[in-house]
Ligand binder design. Structure first.
Ligand code: PMP
Length: 425
């Protein structure tokens, strides 16, 4: 029987010693009330909260879990390297191996730099583009997430206008809107910053329109600006290459993180030859950027990327989930909006502007051992099995019944704060 007394107690204690009880995207403040905040362990496709409830985890740590939590080969590589020397006065030799392997895997890349968080990589990308072009303006898609530094954090508290200077926004996938933004940048365009797909929160996801990706490439070639693809979230989930390789477009820079070491802390910026000199002359570093153990974990992860059918397996499972949920929804008289690639699904109810149905459904799933998210894309990991998907579908059947029996459901009150926050572009 699902229970949450340990979590409740920790949440109360956290209120006293952690600002707001929790911060950032791992705060459950904007999730259904009973969602657990604290977890105890994770293995394969599963996650256990501090009360011992087990979940099939469709958030995968918000992306890093690609091959399963605690994947034995990857963790053995990490642990062996940690025993030998991890954070040292300089990098281990395997940094070069990793740079060789990442540039061999990713078609557009001739060099690699390693850091810790996705934000490190996206921030370096911006600096390198500005250094390369000696121009200032960055053109970005409205609503796209590129990290939590002052130049890109979605909320404006603590951010001053100069942090956000020299940025122009366009609508993702719209050639017209992109062209207008580039026109507005005039002769000051340093970079077009693009997500590999539209994977914004609260709205339907969209795969990249090849015509838009092609136009972004042309506009950069015409103006001398750099094309950046932010593959921090989607990297290695859609392709064994940069995600835009699927549409035949090679960016000049791509940022990576999350899945590249299956949860061990490392991110990367990859670049093409033309940006090498600019990359070599920015100052970028961090105390833990050269740690060897996450690099060893990344090498083991890349081996699995090359040698297993994880990509095909996750696609098959994602499709099984998508079609099974559609079938169950129809049976219960609902229509779902399942958007984005099947391996990175966002699932919302049609006709649910206040997200009331979605919250009730997600809460019911959570209490039946399935961790879904009501407004952020989710992930399929390679450790999931057909049985996990079928168990999820069975739980969804009961969850649909609960929503159907609830009749008319009011909008989610806690989401009202979103419209009051100092927000967003
Ligand atoms: N870019 C994208 C597309 C992301 O999804 C994220 C993280 N969710 C980031 C950048 C920032 O990564 P990090 O949280 O590791 O700094």
């Amino acid at each position: 029987m699902w229970s949450n007394s340990v979590d409740k107690n920790l949440r109360e204690r956290a209120e006293a010693v952690i600002p707001g009880g929790m911060y950032g995207h791992q705060s459950v403040r904007l999730l259904p009330d009973d969602y657990p905040q604290f977890f105890d362990r994770a293995s394969g496709a599963y996650l256990w909260d501090v009360d011992g409830n087990r979940y099939i985890d469709f958030m995968c740590g918000y992306g890093p879990n690609l091959f399963g939590y605690g994947q034995p080969d990857i963790d053995a590589a990490y642990i062996d390297r940690m025993k030998q020397g991890d954070t040292m006065t300089g990098p281990a030799g395997l940094m070069v191996d990793l740079a060789e392997q990442m540039t061999a895997l990713v078609t557009h890349a001739d060099w690699a730099m390693f850091c810790k968080n996705g934000t490190d990589a996206t921030t370096m990308a911006m600096m390198i583009a500005r250094n390369h072009t000696r121009r200032k303006t960055i053109v970005l898609a409205k609503g796209a997430y590129h990290g939590a530094a002052p130049w890109c954090t979605p909320l404006r508290n603590g951010v001053v206008p100069s942090d956000r200077a020299h940025q122009i926004f366009y609508d993702y996938n719209s050639v017209e809107s992109l062209e207008a933004a580039v026109r507005e940048a005039g002769d000051d365009l340093a970079a077009i910053f693009a997500s590999p797909i539209k994977h914004d929160t609260f709205v339907d996801q969209e795969d990249v329109d090849p015509a838009y990706a092609r136009r972004a490439r042309e506009l950069c070639d015409e103006t001398g600006a750099l094309l950046i693809v932010d593959d921090v979230r989607a990297g290695l989930r859609l392709a064994r290459d940069c995600s835009w390789a699927r549409v035949g477009i090679e960016p000049d820079l791509s940022s990576w993180g999350k899945s590249i070491a299956n949860g061990h802390p490392i991110s990367a910026l990859l670049g093409a030859e033309k940006a090498r000199a600019a990359a070599a002359t920015i100052y970028a570093t961090g105390s833990y950027w050269f740690s060897a153990a996450p690099m060893a974990a990344s090498l083991a992860t890349l081996k699995m990327v090359r040698e297993t059918d994880y990509l095909e397996h996750t696609q098959v499972l994602g499709e099984r989930l998508r079609s099974g949920l559609n079938e169950a929804a129809t049976r219960h008289g609902f229509a779902l909006r399942q958007t984005g690639p099947a391996v990175m699904p966002l699932i919302m109810f049609d006709d649910d502007p206040g997200l009331g149905k979605g919250y009730l459904w997600n809460d019911a799933l959570m209490k039946r051992g399935v961790y879904f998210h009501p407004w952020h894309n989710m992930f399929i990991c390679a450790a999931m099995t057909e049985k996990d998907i079928d168990d999820t579908l069975q739980a969804s059947d009961e969850a649909f019944k609960i929503v159907r029996d609830a009749g008319s459901i009011p909008p989610v009150e806690k989401l009202a704060v979103l419209s009051k926050l100092p927000n967003a572009d």
